[in-house]
Design a protein around this ligand. Structure first.
Ligand code: IMP
Length: 429
């Protein structure tokens, strides 16, 4: 199937990186279509851990071409750092292998400063952003005053970046935070431009041709469905379209590209969230600690980008069903099943209750999520260590039962199950 889409079915951090890695082994192109370096995708290969924030994680596979689509917002400084760190790890990052859309937007120091200043100004009502300038960059895009990758190629870029910083300084001044040095930043961005120029191209045209000639394009979403700017738990969301339909606008493809698309929803075996906002199945106390881990292991629930401890809870079937609908998910990849090993009993939220009403679909989508109580069912846990298992048949009956329950709630099959963080610790069904 030429277009394959990997989306997060929760609040991000579902472990998409390793699922992308699995599919990327057979892909010609691997493409990011939304977000920026707020994302953190981790792939473990043997004893090497790759943490990617901007470049599609599929680049780790030699045969792929990595594309950064027009729907992205790109901080050139962190992009160059990431390119250098991949090169040091012997991953080739040349203009032949990495193609950046001319229409992707630039993140600047003004966006970073505004993001942080606005979070402070929101005080108790803050969103808990990653502080990477994502919201302000998309705001500039929507207000038609953003800078794009193609601007790096223009002769008057120095003036444009300087004007942009001066404009940003006006708002920073109102917010009472220090202003930025426009000349210094414009010099720095000239250097970035010189290095990035060879990578900038018309990726929409390229991907269109690739799909027409039967090549496989793997689109990897950043963040998760519940953080989508339209369909997530607004306003506690990111500023981009994180869901599968965003692949088309974010890569510059037409509806024909979606005709035979395969949409793989990645869902963690339990629920996590970073940042503020409602979380109906959230846990605290000992069980939360048990699911989160202490932060000593790379797979513990602490942010790849910010290091913040993640909020944790039982799997939410209502939100999963919602994610299947909004994305058109055709199959699921369940991650971190191994973390549930050793629990006597596991809970799953199958419906919400508000007053006398019990609901499996919500009247206004994710609005007012905090007004519902989760209705949980209890299923048996298992004690067997599953990290070395590689087939569905080997899994304990209770683990199979948990996955079957999840598939029934979602209405789509579970095709992949991860039982550990290493590349090989996957069960394909
Ligand atoms: P922003 O994208 O930095 O503006 O942050 C907006 C919200 O999305 C905050 O709650 C962040 O914690 C959350 N968020 C952004 N990126 C990620 C991610 O990659 N994983 C999980 N949460 C994220």
């Amino acid at each position: 199937m030429p277009l394959q889409v990997i989306v997060g079915a929760q609040w991000g951090d579902e472990g998409k990186g390793r699922i992308v890695d699995w599919f990327a082994a057979d892909a010609d192109y691997t493409a990011r279509f939304n977000g920026g370096d707020n994302a953190g995708h981790t792939v473990t290969v043997g004893n090497k851990i790759f943490k990617l924030h901007l470049i599609p994680s599929g680049i780790i596979h030699d045969q792929t071409i990595a594309v950064m689509g027009n729907g992205m917002v790109i901080n050139p400084k962190t992009l160059l750092e990431e390119m250098d760190s991949l090169s040091r790890a012997d991953i080739s990052v040349t203009p032949e292998r990495l193609h950046i859309s001319h229409a992707a937007h630039l993140i600047t120091p003004a966006h970073l400063a505004l993001d942080r200043a606005m979070e402070i100004a929101r005080a108790a009502g803050n969103i808990g952003t990653t502080g990477r300038g994502i919201g302000p960059a998309y705001t500039d895009k929507a207000s038609r005053r953003g800078l794009r990758m193609a601007d790096l190629l223009s002769n008057d870029f120095t003036d444009r970046i300087r004007d942009h910083i001066i404009e940003g300084n006006r708002t920073l001044h109102i917010l009472g935070v220090p202003e930025l040095d426009a000349t210094k930043i414009s010099d720095e961005y000239q250097e970035f431009a010189a290095r990035l120029k060879p990578f900038i191209t018309d990726t929409s045209c390229e991907l269109h041709s690739a799909l027409r000639t039967g090549k496989t394009v793997l689109a990897e979403s950043a963040q998760g469905t519940l953080l989508d700017v339209d369909h997530g738990t607004y306003p506690f969301v990111t500023s981009s379209t994180t869901t599968a339909p965003g692949v088309l606008t974010g890569l510059g493809l037409g509806l024909d590209a979606a005709r035979e698309a395969r949409v793989i929803g990645v869902v963690k075996a339990f629920q996590t969230r970073v940042g503020s906002g409602p979380f109906p199945t959230e846990l605290d106390g000992e069980m939360a600690l048990r699911l989160r881990g202490t932060g000593e292991q790379p797979w513990d629930e602490y942010g790849t980008t910010t290091g913040r401890p993640r909020r944790v809870g039982w799997l939410d079937g209502v939100l999963l069903r919602y994610a299947v609908r909004i994305n058109g998910i055709s199959e699921l990849a369940v991650t971190k099943l191994d973390i549930l090993c050793g629990l006597e009993k596991i809970q799953i939220c199958t419906a919400y209750r508000r007053g006398q009403e019990e609901l499996t679909d919500l009247p206004f989508g994710l609005m007012d999520l905090s007004s519902y109580e989760p209705v949980n069912v209890i299923v048996p846990g298992w004690h067997e260590k599953i990290s070395d298992m590689r087939t569905w048949e080997e899994l304990p009956t209770a683990a199979q039962g948990y996955l079957d329950k999840l598939a029934t709630m979602a209405g789509v099959p579970v095709r992949l199950v991860s039982v550990g963080s290493e590349r090989k610790q996957l069960i394909s069904r």
